[in-house]
Structure formats: structure tokens, C-alpha cells
Design a protein around this ligand. Structure first.
Ligand code: GDP
Ligand code: MG
Length: 426
């Protein structure tokens, strides 16, 4: 059984906490795209954990976790993340963590390149892409130029080092053009030795493991790290990630291109948030934004940046659901709307006097205006609700309305950040 858990919106929907919850029914959890550019916050009985590279299943003892070939891995960051989790009492060994030999290595010069380009854009245009400056787009670019290093190469250092000086020379042509100090092969070698060597035992052909697990009837979950609107093809380019965040890519990016997904669970937030630059049609400003941001604690897990916020966006969410092929939805953070007497929903976009139902091309988004409608709020604390019957009528109406407008069933509703703070709707 292969299930994908994916984001419907701009990210930070609460995917990490839902994977943490749902992973109890799974044997394997795989990451299939992205790097340490996003953060999942998971709170459970062991404490509060921020995960950037490791799948959220790492917090469960009998779950095997896979970092797939679609990922880019910052070796230093991964070593640090493993150390932090171990300090928090989490056991990590090659038994419960397997890293694809085909996954790509994020190098220190990718981070430098990311920073140089964001700063150049800021100076030249005043409009940087809003990158997390963790080297993600440069490393994916190198992957497609076939200039990147792969995790499996760490197992054959002589061969790796024989490629190193030419790649460093090539990269320095770019670094010098930006007016920065070139990097050296010796520095890069040190990076591999210091942070690559401790990971060697974890590197393997994960497709062998995953195919065997699937054949044995094990349940495999694919965990996306960013939402549909950050997908490199279907998202709000260029304010996207540089990888495919789409559920259909999950088997490929994890290591089982031969297997098909059985279902796709979309994580959708009860309101909207968006980190960084780019069109965000339903955005709130001023006091309205501050109130929702405070209530939702909308500050980036990876960067601490305040997130832009707005009401639930039907147009974008319906598009996200379609992109992800979601069969069912987990609606998160409904409790954040507890104190509202009336709740706004962005039902349509307006473009030059015309009403839009479909999510438009990115350039067009800049000219779209949101059309808001108001519905009655429940205006009480729902954080202790654990059954459908516990939820106030207005909250049930809100859920039913989103189901109707988005055309997808909502199976779970979360009402707090803790593992058990959720309601199963059916
Ligand atoms: P992800 O990137 O999709 O995993 O989401 P993030 O972890 O970046 O952001 C979600 C935030 O909301 C985290 O701080 C969670 O602890 C918190 N959270 C998750 N679910 C709920 C919920 O139902 N209610 C509230 N109040 N907070 C939640
Ligand atoms: Mg996040």
C-alpha cells in the first residue's frame, strides 16, 4: 500500500504533524524531494522537534525512514539534525534510516551561490525570489547539468576526489563573476570527510529495500516537504521550490518508479499562509494580518520569518487538490479560527471585472483581486474536541462548505498542534 501525504497550498499546512500522526499505521516513511529548505514542526510525547531533512517517521520506533533520490542533502545539516534528534532521545541507525545512493549532495558553494544571486537580485531588481538561501536551486541546477555529486560517491572517495578539482574550477568561474572569493578543492574535500564519512553506513540502493518492503505488503508513505503551489512546474514560478512537490512524482523521487500510488492525502490549512515573495491573492494586510499571524503562530520553522497570511483560498486550494490528485483531505489548524465571529473565505479571484474560478498563470495572478465572502464563526474553543459530535455546528458548516467548494472529502480535522488533537470525520 503506497500513500502520499502532500501539501495543497503554499506549504506549512501542518504536513509534518499529520505525517507524525498517520505514520503510526505505516511501516516506511520516505522523503522524495527537496532539501533542508523547509521545516516541519512535530510535537509529541517525546518533545518538540524541527525536521528539515529527516522524514517525520523518524520519531516512531518501528518506522523505517528513507531519503530518496529526488532529494538534495546538505551533509553538514543532516549530521547536525541527526545529532539534535539523538540528544532528544531519538534512536537513529542504518536500521531505521536509509539514504539513497542517488540522492544529490548540497555543497557549501551552492549555499554561497544562492546567497550571491538573491543579493544580486535584491540590488538589481529589488525583487529577490525569497529563497531560504540554503543552496537548493543551485544544487538542483547542477543536478540537471550533471555536475552534482551523489551520495553513493561518498562510498568511493578516490573516484569522487578525482572529479572534485574540475567541478571546483568550473564553479569558481561563477563565483568569481559575482566578485566573491573562490572556494578550494581542499575545503570541499574537508566537507566530504567531516560530514560525509559519518553517513556512509546509511547509504544504499533504497529501491531494493522499498521494492522488497512493498512486496511483503508493508505500508509505505511518501512525505512531501512543500505544497502544490511551490512545485517547480505547477507552482507560482519563480517563487517556488526547485523540485517536484507533486504526489505523482513521489514514487520516482523515493526510489520506486515501478510502483503506483494507492492514495493521496492532501494537507490543507483552514486559512492561508505563504512564506516569502510572490503572488498571494488572498493576502491580508495590517491588523487583520497581524491578528491571524499571531493566532496561527505563523513564523517559519526553518527561518523564523513571519509568514504572510490570509483567509482560506478556494481557487488556489481547488487547484492544489487537482495537482495532487488528492482522494481525501486533512484540514489543519481549524482551532486558529476559534475567536472569529465571522470568518472570511476567498471564493473567487477578480480580473478586470471578470470572475475567475480557475487558478490562473502566475503572471496573471499579479493582477487578480480576491473576492471574499463571510460565514458565521463558532467563536469558542474547539481545541479539546476529539469527536465529530464535539464540534460546534458552525465549525461543521465551515468544514462542509470547504468540502463542497473544493470537491474533496475532509477526513481529518486538526484542532491543536499535539499528536492527539484531531477529529476523524468518517
Ligand atoms: P509543515 O511544513 O507543513 O509541516 O508545517 P509547519 O510545521 O511549518 O507549520 C505548521 C505549524 O502549525 C507548526 O508549528 C505546528 O506545530 C502547528 N500546528 C499543526 N497543526 C496544528 C493545529 O491543528 N492547530 C494549531 N494551533 N497548530 C498546529
Ligand atoms: Mg513548514
Amino acid at each position: 500500500m503506497l500513500t502520499s501525504i502532500c501539501g495543497i497550498n503554499w506549504g506549512d499546512e501542518g504536513k509534518g504533524r499529520m505525517v507524525d500522526l498517520l505514520s503510526r499505521d505505516f511501516d516506511v516513511v520516505c522523503r522524495y524531494q527537496g532539501g533542508n529548505n523547509a521545516g516541519h514542526t512535530v510535537i509529541n510525547e517525546k518533545g518538540k522537534f524541527i525536521l528539515n531533512l529527516l522524514p517525520s517517521g523518524i520519531l516512531r520506533e518501528n518506522v523505517v525512514n528513507v531519503l530518496g533520490c529526488g532529494m538534495v542533502i546538505d551533509l553538514k545539516h543532516l549530521c547536525g539534525e541527526m545529532e539534535r534528534l539523538r540528544a532528544g532521545g531519538i534512536a537513529i541507525s542504518p536500521e531505521n534510516l536509509k539514504i539513497s545512493d542517488k540522492a544529490i549532495i548540497t555543497m557549501p558553494y551552492h549555499i554561497l551561490q544562492d546567497v550571491m544571486e538573491e543579493d544580486r537580485l535584491q540590488k538589481a531588481t529589488g525583487k529577490p525570489y525569497g529563497s531560504t538561501r540554503r543552496g537548493i536551486s543551485p544544487v538542483y541546477a547542477d543536478k540537471y547539468m550533471k555536475k552534482a555529486f551523489r551520495m553513493g560517491e561518498l562510498l568511493n572517495p578516490d573516484l569522487l576526489y578525482s572529479r572534485l578539482s574540475d567541478i571546483v574550477d568550473w564553479k569558481n568561474m561563477t563565483i568569481k563573476a559575482y566578485g566573491f572569493t573562490p572556494v578550494t578543492a581542499a575545503e570541499m574535500r574537508e566537507y566530504f570527510e567531516k560530514y560525509g564519512a559519518p553517513l556512509k553506513d546509511y547509504i544504499c540502493d533504497v529501491s531494493v529495500y522499498l521494492n522488497k518492503a512493498a512486496a511483503e505488503g508493508k505500508k509505505i508513505m511518501f512525505e512531501a516537504q512543500l505544497g502544490a503551489l511551490r512545485d517547480i512546474d505547477y507552482g507560482i514560478v519563480p517563487y517556488t521550490s526547485s523540485s517536484s512537490t507533486i504526489a505523482a512524482y513521489a514514487p520516482i523521487g523515493a526510489g520506486v518508479p515501478n510502483l503506483k500510488l494507492d492514495n493521496s492525502i492532501g494537507i490543507m490549512k483552514a486559512y492561508s499562509s505563504c512564506v516569502g515573495a510572490g503572488p498571494f491573492t488572498c493576502e491580508y494586510f495590517g491588523e487583520k494580518a497581524e491578528r491571524l499571524r499571531e493566532l496561527g503562530g505563523e513564523y517559519g520553522a526553518a527561518t523564523g520569518r513571519p509568514r504572510r497570511v490570509g483567509p482560506f483560498d478556494v481557487v488556489a486550494s481547488r487547484y492544489g487538490i487537482r495537482c495532487q490528485g488528492a482522494d481525501e483531505i486533512a484540514l489543519t489548524k481549524l482551532d486558529v479560527l476559534d475567536s472569529y465571529e465571522e470568518i472570511e473565505i476567498c471564493t473567487h479571484y477578480e480580473l478586470n471585472g471578470k470572475i475567475l474560478d480557475e487558478f490562473p498563470f502566475t503572471d496573471v495572478l499579479d493582477y487578480c483581486k480576491p473576492v471574499f465572502e463571510k460565514v458565521k464563526g463558532w467563536n469558542c474553543d474547539i481545541s479539546a474536541c476529539r469527536k465529530k459530535e464535539d464540534l460546534p455546528k458552525e465549525a461543521l458548516d465551515y468544514i462542509a462548505l470547504l468540502e463542497k467548494l473544493c470537491g474533496c472529502r475532509i477526513k481529518y480535522v486538526s484542532v491543536g498542534a499535539e499528536r492527539d488533537a484531531y477529529v476523524k470525520m468518517y
